[in-house]
Design a protein around this ligand. Structure first.
Ligand code: ADP
Ligand code: ADP
Ligand code: ZN
Length: 229
């Protein structure tokens, strides 16, 4: 199963990708997580990308494609992968096609999570992420069992720097300008399935399972709202 999860900031890509990756036993490749880790560890990549993350703008395509190319070449991606937050521009999508062709692979499906602006703003404002394992929570919509603590690993929950209001506005604008054109790109390639991302998390997971159907055992994917283009 070789899948891309597409959607604006706050659409639920990370939340869903973790679940699908676990169920299908494939790696979850999230460029945002890779960049944040590099910033935390102050590697040369981290120093290079920090200013883009802080400003809510996209890291240059060459840098981003470089780290994804390296990641996809690793042996654990042979049986499939789920890409979360990549590609985010048409040139990145074209580069991905080339990288995969070089590995003798191609994408099976692109799932676009559709969520309205009002819901996105609310989700990003209340998002808290685990400093240990990266799991996303929400202070109201998806609270942890113990306030400020991760259910999965007990780590401390923090607000992402770029989830502050001004940066959120910039990221949503960047999505519209640079990433939304990918919806048409993948529709033209016959890979796109749109999923209603405003449903409760479990219903979204069911709809994604159905959309990527072939990667799961028969019968496991049902329910949810889904439209195939
Ligand atoms: P993305 O990776 O697309 O930016 P996240 O998965 O981090 O999005 O989700 C953004 C926020 O919305 C998080 O606080 C998360 O807990 C919450 N969230 C995710 N999916 C849903 C959903 N289906 N309904 C309500 N809140 C959700
Ligand atoms: P979200 O979950 O809110 O959609 P991400 O964690 O995916 O955000 O990305 C956070 C930041 O990392 C982006 O604002 C951008 O600066 C950078 N980034 C992540 N993925 C890419 C990409 N594919 N191309 C360029 N920049 C990226
Ligand atoms: Zn955790």
């Amino acid at each position: 199963m070789r899948v891309v999860l597409l959607g604006p900031p706050g659409a639920g890509k990370g939340t869903q990708a973790v679940r699908i990756a676990q169920e299908a036993d494939i790696p979850h490749i999230a460029t945002g997580d890779m960049f944040r880790q590099a910033v935390r560890e102050e590697t040369s990549l981290g120093l290079e990308v920090k200013r883009y993350l802080d400003a809510g703008r996209l890291v240059p395509d060459e840098v981003t494609v470089g780290i994804v190319r390296e990641r996809l070449a690793r042996p654990d991606c042979r049986e499939g992968f789920i890409l979360d937050g990549f590609p985010r521009t048409v040139p990145q999508a074209e580069a991905l096609d080339g990288v995969l062709a070089g590995l003798g692979m191609k994408l099976d499906r692109v799932v676009s999570l559709v969520v309205g602006t009002e819901a996105l703003v609310r989700r990003l404002a209340g998002r808290r992420v685990c400093g240990g394992c990266g799991t996303s929570f929400h202070v109201e919509l998806n609270p942890p069992q113990e306030e400020g603590r991760c259910d999965r690993c007990g780590g401390v929950l923090v607000q992402r720097d770029d989830d502050r209001e001004e940066t959120v506005r910039e990221r949503l604008a960047v999505y519209e300008r640079q990433t939304a054109p990918l919806v048409d790109y993948y529709r033209r390639h016959g890979l796109l399935v749109e999923v209603d991302g405003e449903q409760p998390p479990d219903a979204v997971t069911r709809a994604i399972r159905q959309a990527v159907g072939n990667g799961f055992p028969a019968g496991s994917g049902s329910g949810g709202i889904e439209s195939r283009q």
